[in-house]
Design a protein around this ligand. Structure first.
Ligand code: PEP
Length: 255
């Protein structure tokens, strides 16, 4: 696999929203409008709608990738309710989120488990988008870098820095997800630079290539200022990806 470069990535995480009809019409409208996007685009619908979204993308011949919201750390077997990386690949996925803060919070996923999911994703040929981010209490306590870098460290420890040639890091401050509060461009840039510097401590080359994308209440009216920061290589978009109009507008904000 060719190493991933810093071509911007905009990924729409639909979370647990919609229906089959909604997924078809939203992905169809996005695919229709993004025939020649300036960024790499990924749609990340709930598991049951992956194949419908894949079909809509194919029907419009749009250069849009498919992603999933989670993956099992196991390759196969007696793990009721889980979905393996091979199954996601089979459904046409290129990307998968690991360690989204809603998984860490709602399901108690630890950084060690997230690292195992990261490995499982890569073993299945998927590109993991590993999510890291601090809570408001951690930010207020001046622990942002410590928290974010320890989440990253867990993956570096088990996967090694070379694994980041085929991975994306998403910095998502927990206090900014779905709250309408966004990190200022300076706040986001500072954390992105710390993430890149930590990767650079192991490999300058990979630090220069890895995409570090930002998520947390990105909307059409704040996308440009956030996405133009030096170390921000795209966005992970939640709420605003549920409207074709606002998602497409964000995708077009990439220079
Ligand atoms: C997310 O779901 O990862 C996210 C960033 O959501 P929102 O854009 O709604 O804050």
């Amino acid at each position: 696999m060719e190493p991933v470069t810093r071509h911007p990535l905009i990924a729409g995480n639909w979370k647990m929203h919609g229906s089959q009809a909604f997924a078809e019409s939203l992905s169809g409208a996005i695919a229709q409008s993004l025939k020649k996007p300036r960024a790499e685009i990924a749609l990340i619908p709930p598991f049951p709608y992956l194949t419908a979204v894949a079909a809509a993308i194919r029907a419009h011949q749009a250069p849009i990738d498919l992603g999933a919201q989670d993956v099992s750390a196991h390759a196969e077997g007696a793990h009721t309710g889980e979905v393996s990386g091979a199954m996601l690949s089979d459904c046409g996925c290129r990307f998968v989120l690991v360690g989204h803060s809603e998984r860490r919070q709602d399901h108690g996923e630890t950084s060690a488990q997230v690292a195992q999911k990261f490995l499982a994703a890569q073993q299945a040929g998927l590109i993991p988008i590993v999510c890291v981010g601090e809570t408001l209490a951690e930010r207020d306590a001046g622990q942002t870098d410590k928290v974010v870098l320890s989440q990253l460290e867990a993956v570096l420890e088990v996967a090694g820095v070379e694994a980041f040639e085929h991975a994306v890091v998403a910095y998502e401050p927990v206090w900014a997800i779905g709250t309408g509060k966004t990190a200022t461009p300076a706040q986001a840039q500072a954390v992105h630079a710390s993430i890149r510097a930590r990767i650079g401590a192991n490999s300058d080359t990979i630090a220069g290539q890895v995409r570090v994308i930002y998520g947390g209440s990105v909307k059409p009216d704040n996308a440009l200022e956030i996405l133009s920061c030096d170390d921000i290589d795209g966005g992970l978009i939640g709420g605003a990806s549920l409207s074709a109009e606002s998602f497409v507008e964000i995708c077009q904000a990439v220079g």
